[in-house]
Design a protein around this ligand. Structure first.
Ligand code: FAD
Length: 550
């Protein structure tokens, strides 16, 4: 049974009032994939739940990943069979829950002369990978000879290519996935709020009994009471844990991962590629999406500001070097980068291991006063991580009647697309309508994968705008209305970064969006002149940082 209220920015004040006067079974801190996953699992088992996020949903690592729902092929090298099996199987479940967000994607793995991958080991590795994840039929890996690889990926250098393989993965939009899980949790009855930090803990009988919060929109403080508190703040887990007790024993180890984006014309790969970094025992992805190709990632120890993670010249050099050595005719240059992002992995420290050797397993910690923290893991495994945390939380409320875990069958949009086929059919239907109105066909794919079944409502709203504007402008306005009234959007960057990914995948549209979005927000939010100025500055800094590196 749904809540009956949209996830609207207008409901924020009443939501805060409710949060301040309720006693919840569970309070979750952190609105990345881990936190929202826990909120959805807990509320659908029958707990009363609230969640606070200090920035926007998915503004931490969950908006800055490689955007793959994958089993993590490379973890086989570390013999992490259980991890590969669990996340490998999750891929198909998440695809069924939201086929427009978790989309099948064939990955090509080329075997290059002098590279670290041999044919026999690759074939065995991919066989085990498919086996652990229960991959069947057409989707099973296929080993290819040189000519077959060149046929599907002519950009690869013929003189250096030995052959390759093609195997099944899924691509996603990490921020959209997080936002849809948040919306579903809200719809099922959880109270979730962004731009609100947990700044401290409340105690009763020497146990954590609530949190103090600062609402960054109004600068007001309030307290939320709850029987159990879970810290799901990713890279900030230790920082928040230390507000409860000194962090000893296991702790976080952060590694930075950078992605760069170039125009598809400059790096026209036909498929997603996973290839060796020459001279380094690592691999990177090149993934085509809309009109761009993105390349990533780096993996280096990080101990600087978690709120401002910048892309540095050496990150760019590493990635460009890897691409240019593998594709010698490409000559990609730093000036051609049109967008970029950097995030940090919240890994669990292990003695003597380098950044890329550290396990991606998740771990749960509990302090003497009952604060539960969860860190590590992957976007792909969020549902199972949530299940483990909520199992632990459930043990703390033996008198409460709870349902078993439900999330395997809860679709992430309502209504939902039932299959991949439906996604493809809806995309071609929309493409036709869009082209008729004079907009580029790729907007159909952009809109369907962003908004799922809500897309028709947005498109109809765009067509109904009775103003002397281009169809592109009308579409932006309709998207803004949707994100404002259904997706808790509060700031302009929420729109171009996390609600739509336009800043990464349609960067050429950002100038037009800027002309429309500031008057829109001014109108809705009644900003003062300094607020308007501040938002302009933040926007300009963000846009600058996409291709100016430190
Ligand atoms: P976060 O997303 O960082 O969420 C924590 C949230 O807590 C943040 O939004 C933060 O603002 C909030 N917060 C912090 N302090 C407070 C406070 N005091 N009060 C309130 N809120 C607070 N996984 C995959 O499965 N597939 C991939 O392709 C993949 N690629 C990756 C590539 C890179 C470069 C990186 C860095 C990671 C990648 N991962 C991938 C891993 C995956 O992205 C992470 O495991 C996952 O996003 C972590 O989510 P989280 O919710 O734990 O952390």
């Amino acid at each position: 049974m749904g809540k009956g209220l949209a996830f609207s920015s207008k409901d924020r004040t009443s939501l805060i009032e409710k949060m301040g006067s309720s006693q919840y079974d569970l309070i979750v801190i952190g609105g990345g994939i881990t936190g929202v996953g826990i909120a959805l699992d807990a509320v659908t088992r029958g707990m009363t739940v609230c969640l606070v996020e200090k920035g926007d949903f998915a503004s931490g690592t969950s908006g800055k990943s490689t955007k793959l729902i994958h089993g993590g092929l490379r973890y086989l090298k570390q013999f992490e069979f259980n991890l590969v099996k669990e996340v490998g199987r999750e891929r198909a479940i998440l695809h069924d829950l939201a086929p427009h967000i978790v989309v099948p994607e064939k990955m090509v793995l080329p075997l290059i002369k002098g590279g670290s991958l041999g044919r026999v080991m690759t074939s065995i590795g991919l066989y085990i990978y498919d086996f652990l994840a229960d991959v069947e039929g057409e989707d099973k890996r296929r080993m290819l000879d040189k000519e077959e690889v060149l046929e599907i990926e002519p950009l690869l250098p013929s003189d250096k290519l030995l052959g390759g393989s093609i195997y099944a993965e899924y691509r996603t939009d990490d921020a959209r996935l997080t936002i849809e899980v948040a919306k579903t949790a809200y719809d099922k009855g959880a109270d979730l709020i962004n731009y609100t930090s947990c700044v401290g803990f409340e105690y009763a009988d020497d146990k954590v009994s609530g949190i103090t919060c600062t609402d960054h929109i109004t600068d007001r403080e309030f307290t939320v009471r709850g029987n159990v508190v879970v810290n799901a703040t990713g890279p900030w887990v230790d920082e928040l844990r230390s507000k409860d007790e000194t962090v000893t024993g296991k702790r976080l180890y952060l590694t930075k991962g950078v992605h760069i984006v170039v125009s598809r014309d400059r790096f026209p790969v036909q498929h997603s590629l996973y290839f060796d970094v020459p001279g380094d025992n690592r691999m990177i992805f090149a993934i085509p999406r809309l009109g761009v190709t993105y390349i990533g990632t780096t993996d280096t120890y990080y101990n600087s500001d978690k709120d401002n993670i910048s892309v540095e010249d050496e990150d760019v050099e590493y990635l460009l070097n890897a691409v240019n050595l593998t594709f010698p005719d490409l000559h990609l240059k730093s000036e051609e980068i049109i967008s970029s992002w950097a995030g940090v992995r919240p890994l669990i420290y292990e003695d003597g291991k380098s950044a890329s050797e550290i396990s991606r397993k998740d771990e749960i910690f509990e302090t003497a006063r009952g604060l539960i923290s969860i860190a590590g893991g992957k976007l792909t495994g969020y549902r199972k991580m949530a299940e483990r945390v909520v199992d632990l939380v459930a043990k703390k409320m033996p008198d409460k009647t709870l349902e078993p875990v439900q999330t395997e069958s809860i679709h992430l949009t309502d209504p939902f697309f039932a299959s991949d086929r439906q996604v493809r059919e809806e995309t071609s239907k929309l493409e036709k309508a869009i082209i008729e109105e004079g907009l580029a066909g790729l907007y159909a794919s952009y809109l369907i994968h962003n908004y799922g079944p809500a897309v028709w409502e947005i498109w109809q709203a765009a067509l109904a705008i009775d103003e002397d504007r281009s169809i592109e402008e009308k579409l932006i306005l309709a998207e803004l209305d949707h994100c404002f009234s259904r997706e808790m959007m509060l700031k302009p960057l929420d729109f171009i970064v996390r609600r739509t990914g336009r800043i990464y995948f349609l960067p050429e549209s950002v100038t037009l969006v800027k002309q429309i979005i500031f008057p829109y927000f001014q109108n809705r939010m009644n900003w003062t002149a300094p607020e308007l100025q501040e938002n302009h500055e933040t926007w300009d800094q963000m846009v600058q940082s996409l291709h100016h590196f430190t």
